[in-house]
Design a protein. Structure first.
Length: 152
């Protein structure tokens, strides 16, 4: 990740989105005051997760995994810490909720990975997963959609 060393509007919006992704699993179980540390913790973790994309060399269009995947995982785990409405979390002495949240996250990751691999396998065997190098060089808008999105 090319660090610009200064805040950007895109970075600000991405941080807000990460906080919203994280509070979604927590929304019915935490107070509004708990949403603040959940958003702050998740934004920090997601910022670092997005940075892994360049270091590890994987393709993550729109930082979907770094923000939505990691943000959802962190948010789901933090329910086990901050829950105080309709249940209690670690901060109120219920350490078992943290284990329940961890179990849910692990099951979800396994389910999503298995489903993704199965769908990817089927697509690869039927229509393929990648266009040719020549189509990629011409541009996907033109070769796949028959139009040009930008006048470059």
């Amino acid at each position: 990740m090319a660090s610009l060393r200064y805040p950007t509007a895109l970075g600000f919006a991405t941080g807000i989105l990460a906080g919203l992704v994280a509070i979604t699993p927590s929304a019915g179980f935490v107070t509004p005051m708990a949403a603040i540390p959940i958003g702050a913790i998740t934004s920090f973790v997601c910022y670092n997760a997005v940075g892994l994309k360049e270091r590890l060399g994987y393709d993550d269009s729109l930082d979907a995994f770094g923000v939505h995947g990691v943000g959802g995982i962190v948010g789901a785990l933090l329910v086990g810490v901050f829950a105080s409405v309709g249940g209690t979390g670690l901060l109120l002495g219920n350490s078992s909720q943290m284990l329940i949240q961890l179990q849910g996250v692990v099951v979800t990751i396994v389910y999503a990975a298995a489903g993704t691999l199965l769908i990817g396998f089927i697509l690869n065997k039927t229509i393929g997963l990648k266009v040719s190098e020549s189509e990629e060089n011409i541009g996907l808008d033109k070769t796949q959609h028959g139009e040009v999105a930008y006048n470059i």
